[in-house]
Design a protein around this ligand. Structure first.
Ligand code: ATR
Length: 259
């Protein structure tokens, strides 16, 4: 995606992926900056951990998670903006909508913060409920949410009792991801209603088990590839100062994921 964008804009840059163990995250970030890299992304499960090795901007400091670092070691989080853009493009208005999010990790924090700011009611259901509670408390202490019922922490066992009252379901967990938990889903078609919009931020495979179930239930679906491209476009702008060629980036991702 980024290499396609660099090529299209005639930029002499290259994007590479590195598999870094958690215990090496700090040294890897410092090393990359010392080597003079133009920037980097951090992804699952390093988004919260990486915060301590950068100078986070106000937004990422408030939400406690980053996905983008520039050449000077400043940290940003573009996940929420990417997800909000994907929802908007699909015609979903966050304002006054009830949105159920699965997961309470780094990506969830960023997306919840963005949606709350846009005026949505956000229900966060996580396998480890205490982490959802911590996320909700963070939104309140950082004044992103007033906490008056606009953010509600839940356990996964409480999904059934709230799903009928929400308009949007977003999976921010790694469940369904290739090589991690492919073919698995936290919510099945029988639990969904037709008016539900189902958005999975997992982009590999293109159609996750959750999205297959959503299609079975007659729901509108949004693929993770949209969030991937939009958060990437925002990172691209931070690194290069240029607007990203979104269409080419999306085609490049789809070509690779189709295999
Ligand atoms: P990221 O920073 O990219 O969001 P993360 O912080 O590791 O990554 O968060 C991963 C999320 O996926 C968490 O909400 C995690 O739930 P826990 O907090 O209970 O660990 C969720 N997750 C991962 N595997 C899961 C599984 N098999 N079932 C349910 N939730 C899962």
């Amino acid at each position: 995606m980024h290499n396609t964008a660099f090529k299209e804009l005639g930029l002499n840059c290259a994007y590479h992926a590195f598999n870094v163990e958690k215990q090496n995250a700090g040294r890897a970030i410092k090393g990359v900056l010392a080597l003079g890299f133009g920037g980097l992304n951090v992804t699952i499960p390093l988004k919260e951990l990486a915060l301590q090795y950068v100078n986070p901007d106000t937004w990422s400091r408030r939400i406690g998670s980053i996905n983008t670092i520039d050449s000077k070691g400043n940290g940003y989080n573009t996940d929420g903006a990417g997800a909000a853009r994907a929802l908007k493009e699909a015609g979903v208005r966050a304002k006054d909508s009830s949105i159920l999010m699965l997961g309470a990790g780094g990506a969830a924090k960023s997306i919840a913060a963005e949606l709350l700011t846009e005026g949505a009611r956000v229900l966060v259901a996580n396998r480890t409920k205490s982490r959802a509670v911590i996320l909700a408390e963070k939104m309140v202490t950082e004044n992103i949410s007033c906490g008056c019922g606009d953010i509600e922490p839940l356990g996964l066992d409480e999904v059934n009792s709230v799903i009928d009252e929400v308009q949007v379901l977003i999976n921010t967990t790694s469940v369904g991801m290739r090589g991690v938990a492919e073919g698995q889903t936290l919510v099945r078609a029988e639990q969904m209603h037709k008016e539900l919009v189902v958005f999975d931020i997992v982009y590999n495979p293109l159609e996750t088990e959750l999205l297959k179930e959503a299609r079975k239930a007659g729901c509108m679906t949004i693929e993770g590839v949209k969030e991937l491209v939009y958060q990437g476009a925002a990172s691209f702008k931070i690194w290069t100062g240029f607007d990203a060629p979104i269409k080419s980036m999306e085609s490049a991702v789809r070509a690779v994921l189709r295999g």
